[in-house]
Design a protein around this ligand. Sequence first.
Ligand code: AKG
Ligand code: FE2
Length: 265
Amino acid sequence: MSEHATSDLPFAAPPAPVPAPPHGRPDPAVARVVSQLDTPALRADFERQGAFLYLDRFLAPEETAQLVALARALQPGLNRNYLPGHKQGGSVSRHTIDEKAPFIAELYRSKALIGWLEQISGDPLQVCPDGDPHAYALYYYTRQGDHIGWHYDTSYYDGRRYTLLIGVLDESSCRLDYELHTRNPDVADEPGSVQIPPGGIVLFDGDKLRHRITPAGPNEIRVSLTFEYVTDPGMRPWLRFISNMKDAVAYFGFRQVFRRLLGGK
Ligand SMILES: O=C(O)CCC(=O)C(=O)O
Ligand SMILES: [Fe+2]
């Protein structure tokens, strides 16, 4: 079901060492960025689009460059999955990120970022519990046909689940296709399609946005970073089981998802 891939790198260079963090922490950089945005107008856009927002520019160039360097450095350790008809691609879980790319973990917890997302969504937001391998993760589309079929980012939590996608690398023809308002009988469905440039973002309520990533062509690469925030981090035990199984099979592999339960690293 999964393998460690090292042979599909479209880069000539050998894997780079994990780069040192840039000067300064991500939080002040995000604070600077969001202070320059017209947040009330963006909140209105989010509402009008049924809990969806796309910004082609968000992160500052330094933080974006850091993400690009980390994505390239972590690529050799990714976990590849193939679910016929639904998904093919690679991912790096929050556990690997914690070990090798703490800059990303810090960005995830940035108070300025979470505060801004709360303003846009209108919901008080919390980070996901430590055991959730999906709390923050990198997705890689590096082989021809890598894609994710139509789906919702269903919340298994007791509260709502928001997904923040951050564009990291896009040298691909992949598109994020989506349909707004599908769960709202009073508003007509509204299709759309974007590519997320490095440093751009997409924010949505996972239960409201039907979306997919179209298949990569040959010699293409796309990497996106996903952050998941919730309004209530409680989860019923059997839904936790389903969520863990989905993450093990579709994303990160059993070792990453169940390593705490199994007592391993
Ligand atoms: O790669 C992306 O940008 C989004 C992937 C996605 O929709 C998912 O894994 O649920
Ligand atoms: Fe998704």
